[in-house]
Design a protein around this ligand. Sequence first.
Ligand code: NAD
Ligand code: 3PG
Length: 525
Amino acid sequence: MPKVLISDSLSPRAVEIFRERGIETDVRTGLKPDELAAIVGGYDGLAIRSATKVTKDILAAATNLKVVGRAGIGVDNVDVPAATARGVVVMNTPFGNSITTAEHAIALMVALARDIPTANASTHAGKWEKNRFMGVELTGKTLGVIGCGNIGSIVADRALGLKMKVVAFDPFLTPERAADLGVEKADLDTLLARSDFITLHTPLTDQTRNIIDAAALAKCKRGVRIINCARGGLVVEEDLKAALDSGQVAGAAFDVFLVEPAKTNILFGMEQVICTPHLGASTTEAQEKVALQVAEQMADYLLTGAIVNAINMPSVSAEDAPKLTPYMALCGQLGGFLGQVVRSSIRAVTVEYEGDVADLNTRPLTAVLLKGLLTPLMESVNMVNAPTIARERDIKVSEVKRGEAADYHTLIKVTVQTESRSRTIAGSLFGGDKPRLVAIDEVPVEAELTPTMLYIRNEDKPGFIGRLGVALGDAGVNIASFHLGRVAPGVDAVCLVSVDQPVDGPLLERISALPSVVRVELLRF
Ligand SMILES: NC(=O)c1ccc[n+]([C@@H]2O[C@H](COP(=O)([O-])OP(=O)(O)OC[C@H]3O[C@@H](n4cnc5c(N)ncnc54)[C@H](O)[C@@H]3O)[C@@H](O)[C@H]2O)c1
Ligand SMILES: O=C(O)[C@H](O)COP(=O)(O)O
């Protein structure tokens, strides 16, 4: 039974779902990195929010870990490349807290416009400073949205409802989508120059880090107000402080900080600054949604292999997972076969999917195939990291799909181009779910791949089969199945022999010395 550790504060729905699905679940929040490292090796899944840092060291200790589930959006607290390298799927819940976070941004904008936190504190203190607080109206004002994805577009929608004008800067926002949303697409400088309020909703990337710095702030309207509910690091906090001091920026509302948990910060104590402790996603509704989603997604993956919302793997629906299972086995075998016979470095891999299989999601199949191909050549390859390893090694991987198959209702043909030559192998499913090899280098040969096999290339001459049988028999090796293939009489032939006993080096040498044998390989599956 798989085991999951919940290491951040998740709604109890997550535990209920894991347990309903038969997954043993422990909840241990607030662990220090060394405490987490000490126990994480015992778990197949790790469910987190933003507090747990899933570093390289934690992943190295997580020897059984198969999946990290982020109940939320940002995965900047997870070392995704390290997880990928170790074959750990990282998944998030990309929509569960979007509305709630957008509402927090709007709440902060309204609070900034009317100075609500300071007025609240003053009133609680019995001061009744009615003349001290003079707000600004939102109607007719311009809101600049930096990053108009899920959350940014909800913020834009709500702001339009408040009768604001919305200008959006997002290189990936199409003009059609901007028109649908009712926002004006603009470049960053235009947004900065026109906005009365600016709200940030991008992930933290190399392009967005410090996107609001002293130079950007200088391009803003004097008296602009800035809201950041996305990630600390998008705004240079020192530059913002200087702009607040000079009056260039009238106010700022921050939910996220460069260093979190933010126990001290250069912006703390400034009257014009509203701060919340990363509460964007903290509503009952959003936390129920993300906990439920992450638990379902992780349970599906651990129990059925279905993959949804993974950052480092193509999706596989629960409906597709059982259909893909026999093809996964076939692809693993085809890749494994080629990986054991190639002799020089691989330049390119082409996978042709024909017939029924062409209608399926083939990306996971290619990933499994690459795993099979690379496993004999290097250590620690799995279907999560195999595509990355192939890319890093400059192996060009391509897929071709054809709805029609010539001789088989479903066919997967793999061509590996090495420095010196190309090799092709093809396989199909017999009876809907039994993997079968059907051709090697265009030579037809129908064979089930079993744990120990001899792959022999030979000249098609009389006497070969008898001599091979004698050699195996003399060594006490029983033939379980024997498959021959040739293009035409007398030309090169292929022989695949499944054997019941181990084949040692001297026996292999004896077989390769037999007349007519061109090459012999011992294959393991
Ligand atoms: N405060 C919180 O509690 C909280 C809650 C949820 C999400 N978030 C954060 O909010 C951010 C946005 O989340 P989302 O769900 O809207 O993500 P999203 O992926 O749907 O949208 C992000 C948008 O940013 C745009 N973008 C990327 N690079 C850009 C660039 N250089 N300049 C301008 N735009 C760029 C993308 O095109 C995309 O449209 C994430 O960083 C997420 O972690 C914070
Ligand atoms: O990226 C997110 O989903 C938010 O930052 C929410 O983080 P949290 O789950 O720690 O509140």
